[in-house]
Design a protein around this ligand. Structure first.
Ligand SMILES: Cc1cc2nc3c(=O)[nH]c(=O)nc-3n(C[C@H](O)[C@H](O)[C@H](O)COP(=O)(O)OP(=O)(O)OC[C@H]3O[C@@H](n4cnc5c(N)ncnc54)[C@H](O)[C@@H]3O)c2cc1C
Ligand code: SF4
Length: 442
């Protein structure tokens, strides 16, 4: 397969009905289902695999969707090896059940047979604004719409999905899957306003005047981090977020350069390295400051990068980026032993060392932030901020976790926002009753 096609095509093949049944038949149908306890979003693999075993695909789809509106997305991007599959009882016998692939099989069948599990309900309750359209907001928006709220998602970019659309590579998450699940949420009655940055194009105060009674802030961490070394401003130096965000919406039609150096050692660094290689870079080198054993990247992703011929320079920190006529031509690395030095030819240098939150005070001047400039909220308990009508969750609170953690937090926000608005409604109803009684007594 042509390498660009490999970038655009889902790497893990889907189960056929026969292989899905065979895999489900390996499940021990554990009474306590440790897999289900290990899913942050409560997708309940123990229950949906039982349904597959009994050839009840609709029942399996109901279990998945009712717990996780982004079931098809999570089926592809979740770190199972650290969650449900790690907890699976079969791990101790031979190997875990392939829960992610079974979940993907069910959501694909749901689509193929036009089963629409979640149905829109009449929106009779207050207006709620979700700021950002990443997985945290999408989960919250769907949950609130299903409870009868009028929900609008405000997104500064032109497409929905946050890092689902502008980060995760298509060979792991095709854009069509994101678009379909966003459509699923639109069909629940959620409205989307794109190219609208809250805090710049519209303010929270203006939205309150328009009748929005509660806000869910899930703006993620959009600003890339770099290291302040000489040459960082040269043409050809970029960041993981910018590089990947340019590649995916353009179906890989971007200029990647011939010699690419990626700085970092996490999953995002692997994504950059494999993307650069698949999109035509001749030589890709990952520069990482610690050893291979200490590298946080998923081992499968690392193996995939190695299989594509990506080189690794371990225990080197970036020293200086060298340029000619304003363009990057090389980068030096300094060994953590204090002596070693390397110089790598480069026409592109990609920083993949994490992201940070935008200036949140621009959105809400009085919001309480911690020392990392993240919103202070307990996303596992209630997502409440210091402002009663503003709730927050996802990367903007936790600093950067996973899609399924964002979904889980979005679900917590649904209950918390519902509780808040219900209590206001009740207080207003009581006030009205008291006023009516007083009026009657006159
Ligand atoms: C390259 C990359 C690869 C990843 N791969 C995986 C993976 O394989 N598996 C996994 O589980 N996790 C992965 N993650 C992490 C995962 O994508 C995030 O944890 C998750 O997307 C966080 O969701 P969120 O809703 O909090 O924020 P985001 O997904 O960041 O979405 C926030 C949205 O808010 C919008 N926004 C920001 N400010 C405003 C504003 N003022 N007004 C309106 N809109 C605004 C942004 O444009 C964005 O669309 C990856 C992350 C990256 C960067
Ligand atoms: S833990 Fe594994 S074997 Fe047990 S119910 Fe879950 S998937 Fe099946």
């Amino acid at each position: 397969m042509e390498t660009k096609q490999k970038y655009l095509t889902e790497a893990v093949p889907s189960f056929t009905p026969r292989t899905a049944m065979e895999e489900a038949a390996r499940c021990l149908l554990c009474h306590d289902a440790p897999c289900s306890k290990a899913c942050p979003a409560g997708t309940n693999p123990g229950k949906f695999i039982r349904s597959i075993r009994f050839r009840n695909i609709k029942g399996a789809a109901e279990t998945i969707r009712e717990n996780n509106v982004l079931g098809g997305i999570c089926a592809r991007v979740c770190p199972y090896d650290k969650l449900c599959e790690e907890a699976c009882s079969r791990t101790g016998i031979d190997r875990p059940i392939q829960i992610g692939r079974l979940q993907r099989y069910v959501t694909d069948q749901e689509k193929a047979f036009g089963m629409k599990i979640l149905k829109a309900v009449e929106a009779t309750k207050e207006k709620v604004a979700c700021i950002g359209s990443g997985p945290a907001s999408l989960a919250a928006a769907a949950g609130l719409a299903l409870k009868g709220y009028k929900v609008t998602v405000f997104e500064e970019k032109e497409k929905a999905g946050g890092f689902l659309t502008y980060g995760i590579i298509p060979s792991r998450l095709p854009q069509s899957v994101v678009d379909e699940e966003v459509q699923y949420i639109k069909d629940l009655g959620v409205e989307f306003k794109f190219n609208c940055k809250v805090g710049k194009d519209i303010t929270i105060e203006e939205l309150r005047k328009e009748g929005y009674a509660a806000f869910f802030l899930a703006t993620g961490t959009q600003l890339p981090k770099t290291i302040d070394i000489p040459g960082v401003d040269l043409d050809g130096v970029t960041t993981a977020v910018d590089f990947l965000a340019a590649a995916k919406p353009n179906n890989g039609d971007i200029e990647v350069g011939e010699n690419v150096v990626v700085i970092g050692g996490g999953d995002v660094a692997m994504d950059c390295a494999t993307t650069a290689r698949l999109l035509g870079a001749k030589k890709v080198t990952v520069l990482y400051r610690r050893t291979q054993e200490e590298m946080p990247a998923n081992k499968e992703e690392l193996k995939f990068a190695q299989s594509l011929g990506v080189n690794f320079a371990y225990t080197f920190r970036p020293g200086e980026i060298l340029g000619k006529d304003g363009k990057v031509v090389a980068i030096t690395g300094e060994g953590t032993d204090g002596e070693s030095k390397i110089q790598l030819k480069a026409d592109k240098v990609i920083f993949a060392i994490g992201q940070k939150a935008d200036d949140l005070k621009e959105i809400v001047a009085d919001i309480e932030l911690n020392e990392k400039n993240l919103v202070v909220a307990d996303e596992e308990a209630d997502c409440k901020t210091n402002i009663p009508y503003i709730f927050a969750a996802g990367d903007v609170v936790n600093g950067g976790k996973t899609v399924v953690h964002a979904v889980a937090a979005g679900k917590v926000a649904v209950d918390s926002i519902d509780e808040y608005l219900t209590s206001i409604r009740e207080i207003e109803a009581t006030d009205k009753e008291v006023a009516a009684e007083k009026e009657g007594a006159r």
